[in-house]
Ligand binder design. Structure first.
Ligand SMILES: Nc1ncnc2c1ncn2[C@@H]1O[C@H](COP(=O)(O)OP(=O)(O)OP(=O)(O)O)[C@@H](O)[C@H]1O
Ligand code: NI
Length: 307
C-alpha cells in the first residue's frame, strides 16, 4: 500500500477580471500520484505546472482562497486538515522551495534542533550540519546572516533529521555547490533505503534520474505520465507520452532540442488534451476531450495514442 496517495486532486483559484466578473481557474486538475515507503518519486515539469501547489496541498498549507477537491491519503486514511496539522513537520516533512520559510527570529541551530525527535538533539543537529558543511559558528546565526546556499542547506538539514516517514522536497538544491547537491541526493536515497517515502520536486531531470525510482511528469497542472526510471534511456522509445519523450530528448546528452511552444496558462487551458496544441502526434480526437490516465506497461500515461 502506498503511504501517500493523491487521487483526482484539483486546486482552483478565484480570479476577478477587469469587468469584476469572478472566474475560477484550475491550477491543478485530475492529478493522481502515489509514493510508497522506501521509494523516491521525482516530480518534474515546467515552471507553473503545479508542483509546489501539490506539495502545499499535501501539507495543508495552500492559501485560503484555494479551492481543493479530491482525496489525499496518508497510511490509507484521508489527510484531513487536523491530521495535516498534527503530522506536518513530524511524520510529513517539507523542504520548502523558498528559504523564507526559516523562522527569522530563531538562531538556526536551535531551529533545526526543534525537529529532532529522539536522542541528543545537539549531537544530531551538529552531525547533520557537518554533513552539509555548516560550521559551528552557523549554529548561532540568524537566518538573515546566512547566504542563500547556507539557508538551503539548513532547510535540508531540518527535513533530513526530522525522522519523517514522508519527505516532500520542493526544489531542494538550486544555488547549491555540486558537492552539496550530491550529498543531498545521496542523503535522500539513504533515507528512502531506510523506508522513508520521498517526493522530490525538481527541474533537474538528470539529478532525478540518478536517485528516483519513478518519475511523475507534470504538465499544466496534471500528470501526463508516471514511469519507472529505467524507461528513461536510449531514444526514449520506452516512454509513453510525447511530452516526456520531448523532455528526454531535450537533455544536453541527448539531442538537446528544445520543445516548441509553451505550456498553456491556467487561465486559457485548451478544452481537450492539454498538450495537443504542441503535440506532433495530435489528431482531431485529441482536441475533443481530456484523456484519462491509462496504464501502459509498467507506467501510466494521459494520451489516447500512447501504447
Ligand atoms: N496563490 C495563488 N493564486 C493564484 N494562482 C496561483 C497561486 N499560487 C500559484 N498559482 C498559480 O498556479 C500555477 C502553479 O503554480 P506552482 O507554484 O505550483 O508551479 P510550480 O510547478 O511549482 O512552478 P516552479 O517550477 O516555478 O516552482 C501557476 O500558474 C501559478 O501562477
Ligand atoms: Ni514550485
Amino acid at each position: 500500500m502506498a503511504i501517500l496517495e493523491v487521487k483526482d486532486l484539483s486546486v482552483s483559484f478565484k480570479q476577478y477580471s477587469s469587468s469584476l466578473k469572478q472566474k475560477n481557474y484550475d491550477v491543478i486538475s485530475d492529478l493522481s500520484v502515489t509514493v510508497e515507503e522506501g521509494e523516491i518519486v521525482a516530480v518534474v515539469g515546467a515552471s507553473g505546472s503545479g508542483k509546489s501547489l501539490l506539495a502545499h496541498a499535501i501539507l495543508g498549507i495552500l492559501p485560503n482562497n484555494a479551492y481543493v477537491n479530491g482525496l489525499i491519503k496518508y497510511k490509507g486514511e484521508e489527510l484531513t486538515l487536523s491530521r495535516q496539522e498534527a503530522l506536518r513537520g513530524n511524520e510529513i516533512s517539507l523542504v520548502p522551495q523558498s528559504v523564507n520559510y526559516l523562522d527569522p527570529l530563531m538562531r538556526v541551530g536551535a531551529q533545526v534542533r526543534t525537529s529532532v525527535k529522539n536522542g541528543d538533539k545537539v549531537k544530531v543537529q551538529r552531525e547533520v550540519f557537518e554533513r552539509y558543511n555548516l560550521k559551528e559558528q552557523v549554529d548561532k546565526m540568524y537566518p538573515f546572516q546566512l547566504s542563500g546556499g547556507m539557508a538551503r542547506r539548513t532547510l535540508l538539514s531540518t527535513a533530513m533529521i526530522s525522522g519523517a516517514k514522508v519527505i516532500i522536497a520542493d526544489e531542494p538544491t538550486p544555488g547549491l555547490d555540486s558537492a552539496s547537491v550530491a550529498e543531498a541526493l545521496k542523503h535522500f536515497r539513504q533515507l528512502a533505503d531506510n523506508g522513508c517515502a520521498v517526493m522530490l520536486i525538481t527541474h533537474d531531470i538528470e539529478a532525478a534520474l540518478q536517485i528516483a525510482d519513478r518519475i511523475a511528469v507534470f504538465y499544466a497542472g496534471t500528470t501526463v505520465e508516471i514511469a519507472p526510471v529505467h524507461n528513461f534511456s536510449g531514444n526514449g522509445e520506452n516512454l509513453r507520452h510525447p511530452y516526456t519523450k520531448a523532455l528526454w530528448r531535450a537533455l544536453p546528452q541527448n539531442d538537446f532540442i528544445p520543445i516548441k511552444g509553451s505550456q498553456p496558462h491556467p487561465d486559457h487551458l485548451p478544452s481537450g488534451c492539454l498538450f495537443a496544441p504542441r503535440c506532433e502526434m495530435a489528431t482531431e480526437e485529441c482536441s475533443m476531450s481530456r484523456p484519462e490516465m491509462k496504464k501502459v506497461r509498467d507506467g501510466v500515461v494521459r494520451c489516447i495514442h500512447a501504447s
